[in-house]
Design a protein. Structure first.
Length: 189
């Protein structure tokens, strides 16, 4: 599937985002023809990690959260990383940005610990998602149903567990972004 003309927002924390969960979807989306904009809480450079503890690479941040709107994009990807996901969910502007994608019925992808941000945005009630296993209870407490599978899609919301699932996650992201808006996406926003 081709994503020519699709603008995709890719969130990254200034520090602590899991490198493969950021870099692989970014490349897959670009390879499919999407214009990917890297967004963070601040401008500059994001320092990623591998396995939460080992330093990763540095990546340029295209825009700060205060200068963008969900209106500007066709879809959103949220990579994991324990520290990165926790940093992003603590920022009210990031949480509002995520919630707006659901309100606008736009597809969203979240992997590993990234569903923490979906919990914070209060968009999981009645949804079936997967994540890193330690996030399960948070998802259930937010009204979602947690499943243990490689990739889960629920009305435009794509979730996966770990970097081991990236191939399936990226393929499903491309499919959902190509399909566009999903009417059921706004049900929990």
């Amino acid at each position: 599937m081709k994503l020519d003309g699709k603008r995709i927002a890719l969130l990254v924390a200034p520090r602590g985002t899991e490198e493969p969960e950021f870099a692989e979807p970014r490349q897959a989306l670009r390879d499919a023809g999407a214009e990917v904009t890297v967004i963070s809480t601040e401008t500059g450079t994001a320092k990623t990690v591998n396995g939460d503890l080992d330093p990763g690479s540095d990546y340029p941040i295209d825009k700060a959260i205060g200068s963008v709107s969900a209106d500007d994009f066709h879809g959103l990807v949220i990579p994991g990383g324990t520290v990165g996901a926790d940093t992003l969910r603590a920022d009210a502007d990031v949480v509002s940005f995520v919630r707006d994608f659901f309100a606008q019925k736009k597809p969203v992808g979240a992997i590993c610990h990234a569903p923490w941000l979906l919990v914070e945005a209060d968009v999981l009630k009645g949804r079936t998602v997967t994540s890193y296993p330690s996030v399960r209870r948070d998802i259930e407490n937010a009204g979602g149903t947690w499943v243990d599978c490689e990739v889960m899609t629920d009305a435009g919301l794509v979730t996966s567990r770990t970097p081991d699932d990236l191939k399936a996650f990226c393929a499903k992201l491309i499919e959902e972004f190509a399909e566009g808006k999903h009417d059921d996406q706004a049900r929990s926003a």
